[in-house]
Design a protein around this ligand. Structure first.
Ligand SMILES: [Fe+2]
Ligand SMILES: [Fe+2]
Length: 146
């Protein structure tokens, strides 16, 4: 039983970015599994740790791409990344303080992040790279910098 599934239509045309975006779906499904099976503590903490590791890695790569290709919407984009990190840290603290419903709140937030950031704002830079005809070059850069 999964909460959310990847569909091909979610692709922005850069395979390495798609693969990284799939990580958030995996984490949502892990969180959902622990909610359904009432595995609160350890499982949720592991999801938070992975989320922060994932976010740092992924945001850092997007930032490098924006610099490399002189992406004009960079500032607004990075603001959203910063908000994400703050929000996840706050949820982590709430979880540590054993506040109720943190898992469900986190799941909702990640679902919104997928819709409002990854499927909108991230797709804009994918479009920009497509227009500049550098999709293959970007993919090669990401593979080389794994
Ligand atoms: Fe992204
Ligand atoms: Fe992003």
């Amino acid at each position: 039983m999964t909460f959310f599934e990847w569909k091909d239509e979610y692709s922005g045309g850069i395979e390495s970015i798609d693969e990284q975006h799939k990580v958030i779906i995996t984490l949502m499904n892990e969180l959902y599994y622990s909610i359904v099976h009432e595995k609160a503590d350890a499982a949720t903490k592991a999801v938070f740790v992975e989320l922060l590791k994932y976010a740092n890695y992924h945001f850092n790569l997007e930032n490098k791409l924006f610099n490399k290709y002189d992406y004009k919407e960079k500032a607004e984009h990075l603001d959203q990344h910063a908000h994400f990190i703050t929000k996840v840290k706050n949820l982590m603290i709430k979880d540590y303080l054993s506040q109720r419903d943190v898992q469900i709140e986190t799941l909702h937030y990640l679902r919104l992040w997928f819709q409002d950031h990854m499927m909108k704002i991230d797709m804009e830079y994918c479009r920009y790279f497509r227009l500049r005809q550098v999709l293959d070059e970007v993919e090669a850069y990401l593979v080389a910098n794994k």
